[in-house]
Design a protein around this ligand. Structure first.
Ligand SMILES: [Zn+2]
Length: 147
């Protein structure tokens, strides 16, 4: 059975806080396409609060539910791929505010992985049409233009 570590290698993910469990890959129809969904969990103990900067001491920051986001990922094999990340949410006892675990794989409040952004930029430097790049990287033409 592949381990979480193997999955990270297959997907070129260096963030060790992203954990993959057994049977984390499934196929489903999405936007009329047969797509691959890869499920993983993002969790760690934050060292400080993202809002007030208070260091995490004596459990001053505690786990507070989770939030799942679906991120467009580069095609693996021949199937459009989405990474479903279940992100840990935290609450700070000092400022009473909540925040979500973050990962370098994707910017906060963005649903397109940084890998896709990099692929769009590489393709764009080869002077290819916006429509072609959009088709190949599975994002909209508007996103290609914006990047
Ligand atoms: Zn705080």
């Amino acid at each position: 059975m592949p381990t979480s570590n193997d999955m990270q290698k297959v997907l070129d993910i260096q963030d060790k806080n992203l954990l993959f469990e057994e049977d984390c890959v499934s196929y489903a129809l999405f936007k009329n396409h047969y797509c691959k969904f890869i499920y993983c969990t993002l969790s760690y103990m934050p060292t400080a609060c993202k809002h007030c900067g208070e260091p995490n001491q004596n459990y001053s920051i505690y786990k507070n539910g989770s939030q799942t986001s679906s991120v467009t990922f580069p095609t693996t094999g021949v199937t459009p791929t989405y990474l479903n990340v279940k992100k840990q949410r935290f609450k700070c006892k000092n400022c009473q505010r909540t925040f979500t675990a973050s990962t370098p794989i994707v910017q906060e409040n963005c649903f397109i992985s940084n890998f896709i952004k990099a692929a769009v930029l590489v393709n764009a430097s080869e002077a290819r049409s916006v429509k072609n790049i959009a088709l190949e990287t599975h994002v909209s033409a508007t996103t290609v233009q914006r990047l």
